[in-house]
Write a protein that binds this ligand. Structure first.
Ligand code: GLN
Length: 271
């Protein structure tokens, strides 16, 4: 009798417990479904992955060191991916092809590669809120005829060659401001400095922080003769067909701004 009574109580208890569990798991499932609905509202080239198009020859923003992607944009990409609950995957592309690759879709979800917001690019891709403000600068080999005092006159003459990264704002700056010179486009940043060092180019025009890093790391025989406060805004390029992804990235950038992550990355890589 006693046993039976306990038995009934135990069953009742188990039933209550399982109802409670059931109630609990229903709530969780609903929340889960909600999350899935949010994720499913944007498209990804690979499920569960945040595939980032990058040109890793632009330190301190992106570079390859011993086969590893490193730099400000790399850490930012990882942090955004984490906010989105996705795994980050980097895909190396030549810089000037990245906006088109983002626009075309299929290869990468976004471009995070020191990309300045420009009206031209905005015709083909959407940009997130900016995460960094950049300037331009002009570098030459030390001891040459071009100096900080004469750079604007001397560089703007026929026969002068300015090495620039193909499709970059540095290329546009050189073409607009040194229109008598030749802006010679190279696929990546290192090639621009190599061309100048070997005498094929008289100057390099490129984003200031990158020029400074290149000079400090590898081209100590070059110097900066001009800095221009272009106030360019770096942002994440997203396909115009993926507005929900853009919104989610903006939300992530807002969080990473508020919690100090972006400030910490700036201090770490650009301090
Ligand atoms: N910020 C420049 C641009 O957007 C250069 C970027 C780069 O070369 N990675 O054109």
């Amino acid at each position: 009798m006693k046993m039976k009574k306990w038995g009934v109580l135990a069953v009742a208890g188990a039933l209550t417990a399982s109802l409670a569990l059931f109630g609990c798991s229903t709530t969780t499932a609903e929340e889960g479904a909600g999350d899935e609905a949010t994720e499913a509202s944007y498209t990804l080239v690979n499920e569960g992955k945040f595939t980032v198009g990058v040109s890793p020859d632009f330190p301190p923003f992106e570079n390859l060191v011993d086969g590893e992607y490193v730099g400000f944009d790399i850490e930012l990409s990882k942090a955004i991916a984490e906010e989105l609950g996705l795994e980050v995957e980097f895909k190396t592309l030549q810089f000037d092809g990245i906006p088109a690759a983002v626009a075309a879709g299929g290869q990468v979800d976004v471009g995070i590669t020191g990309l300045t917001i420009t009206p031209d690019r905005q015709e083909t891709v959407d940009f997130s809120d900016p995460y960094y403000i950049a300037d331009q600068s002009v570098a030459v080999m030390k001891g040459g005829e071009i100096t900080a005092d004469n750079v604007d006159d001397l560089l703007n003459t026929e026969g002068m060659v300015i090495a620039v990264q193909s499709g970059s704002t540095g290329e546009a700056y050189a073409q607009e401001n040194y229109s008598n010179a030749t802006a010679q486009a190279y696929g990546n940043a290192t090639d621009c400095f190599a061309a100048m060092q070997s005498g094929q180019a008289d100057a390099v025009c490129m984003d200031k922080a990158v020029v400074e890093q290149m000079l400090a790391e590898a081209y100590t025989d070059a110097e900066v003769v001009k800095q221009v406060a272009t106030g360019e805004e770096y942002a994440v390029a997203v396909s115009k067909d993926n507005p929900e992804l853009l919104a989610a990235i903006n939300e992530a950038i807002a969080t990473l701004t508020e919690d100090g992550t972006i400030e910490d990355l700036t201090a770490q890589f650009l301090g």
